[in-house]
Design a protein around this ligand. Structure first.
Ligand code: SF4
Length: 242
């Protein structure tokens, strides 16, 4: 199987100035491979997806992502075994550069890694409790599990080393955005042209400065300025300036 984790894209590489190195997994988003890895995707996010940004516009990169995605579904044990080996190698490699390794397994997918098991029966978060995993999700149920635990004593037991940021789409009512923020979760919002200082009464932080979402405070709107195909968005996925 080809290598699964990459050593970052133009966005994740910005974390190095803060001492972190992100290793990420690019699958083929939505149902492009024939398997759906983005259960909560919308027309707006699929059209604006960063899957085709940077090297993603090359056909060999697209083919590789499709092959990886098919392997995830058809050859799961080998796939997870290989990720385990690559995480071990990444931890060593980042350490040699005095960088802290962090892992984003949903660069272009929205899979519930908190419940995907290695053949040993453990999740990757359980196998590597010393490292941080982080992702964005459009899955409200995933986000609620993340923000519910442990303060509210309900929801699933969420891995302590897996940080989630909720990702707003054109189908997300403002009431849901406010609810996540009120529970001390963070919400990523794409804006046209530039970032406002606040959104729905909450502070907006610059999400383009780095990809290190686990360092954001609580109840933050993570503002992202539209890029690539998002510039053509007319669905409401990108928020227009007021
Ligand atoms: S959920 Fe994320 S990865 Fe999937 S299609 Fe939408 S933007 Fe792309």
């Amino acid at each position: 199987m080809a290598k699964l984790l990459n050593q970052g894209n133009s966005k994740t590489i910005k974390g190095e100035k803060y001492g972190y190195k992100t290793y990420g997994l690019h699958l083929s988003p939505a149902s492009k491979s024939g398997f759906n890895v983005c259960k909560w995707s919308t027309a707006g996010c699929r059209a604006a997806c960063l899957d085709t940004a940077g090297r993603g516009c090359m056909s060999n990169v697209q083919t590789a992502r499709i092959k990886k995605t098919i392997s995830f579904f058809k050859d799961r044990d080998n796939f997870i075994n290989q990720i385990e080996k690559e995480i071990i190698a990444a931890i060593k490699s980042a350490g040699k550069k005095n960088l802290i390794p962090v892992f984003r397994l949903n660069l272009t997918s929205d899979l519930p890694w908190e419940s995907i098991k290695h053949p040993s029966g453990k999740t990757l978060m359980e196998m590597f409790p010393q490292v941080t995993f982080y992702d964005y999700t459009k899955g409200l149920e995933r986000m609620q599990s993340f923000v519910d635990f442990p303060e509210r004593g309900k929801g699933k037991v969420w891995p302590k080393n897996y940080h989630l940021t909720f990702s707003r789409s054109e189908e997300t009512p403002d009431s849901i955005v406010k609810d996540v923020l009120a529970r001390e979760g963070n919400v990523a919002v794409v804006f046209r042209g530039s970032l406002p200082k606040t959104f729905l009464g909450y502070q907006v932080v610059d999400g383009d400065d780095s990809d290190l979402r686990f360092l954001d405070g609580k109840s933050m709107v993570v503002g992202l300025v539209e890029k690539g195909l998002a510039k053509k968005d007319e669905t409401g996925f990108v928020i227009e300036p007021k």
